[in-house]
Design a protein around this ligand. Structure first.
Ligand code: AMP
Ligand code: ZN
Length: 112
C-alpha cells in the first residue's frame, strides 16, 4: 500500500533497526519501546489488521518467526510476550498487521 509506513519499512524505504528478515517477514525495533526488548514482526504483505488475514500461512510465518527471534535473543529462560493489537479499543495505531515481541522486564498482567 502506497502510504503505509510498515510497507515502506518492509521495502527498505525507511531506515529501521532490523533484527530479522526473510522472504515473508521482517522484524525491527519499535521506535517507542515499552520494554527493554520491543520488536515488531510484520508480514511483507500488507494486511490492514488481524481481521483481514485470509490465509493461515500468514499466521504460521508471523508467529513462528517471532518465536525464532525470541529464541535467537535468548529469551527462553525469562520469557516474553507476543501481542497483536487489533482495532481501536485493541490499541492498534498502525494499520499494517504487526506482532509486538516484548521482553526484558516483568510485563505484568492484566494489561492496563
Ligand atoms: P500499535 O499501537 O499496536 O499499532 O503499534 C504500532 C507501533 O509501531 C508502536 O509501538 C509505535 O511505537 C511503532 N512505530 C511506529 N512507527 C514506527 C517506525 N517508523 N519504526 C518503528 N516503530 C514504529
Ligand atoms: Zn502496509
Amino acid at each position: 500500500m502506497g502510504d503505509c509506513i510498515f510497507c515502506k519499512i518492509a521495502k527498505g524505504e525507511i531506515p529501521s533497526d532490523f533484527v530479522y528478515k526473510d522472504e515473508n517477514v521482517v522484524a525491527f525495533k519499535d521506535l517507542n519501546p515499552q520494554a527493554p526488548v520491543h520488536i515488531l514482526v510484520i508480514p511483507r504483505e500488507h494486511f490492514e489488521s488481524a481481521l483481514k488475514v485470509d490465509n493461515d500461512s500468514v499466521w504460521n510465518k508471523l508467529i513462528s518467526s517471532a518465536v525464532k527471534i525470541a529464541k535467537e535473543l535468548g529469551l527462553e529462560k525469562d520469557g516474553f510476550r507476543m501481542v497483536i493489537n487489533t482495532g481501536e479499543q485493541g490499541g492498534q495505531t498502525v494499520m499494517h498487521l504487526h506482532l509486538h515481541l516484548l521482553a526484558g522486564r516483568n510485563l505484568g498482567w492484566p494489561p492496563g
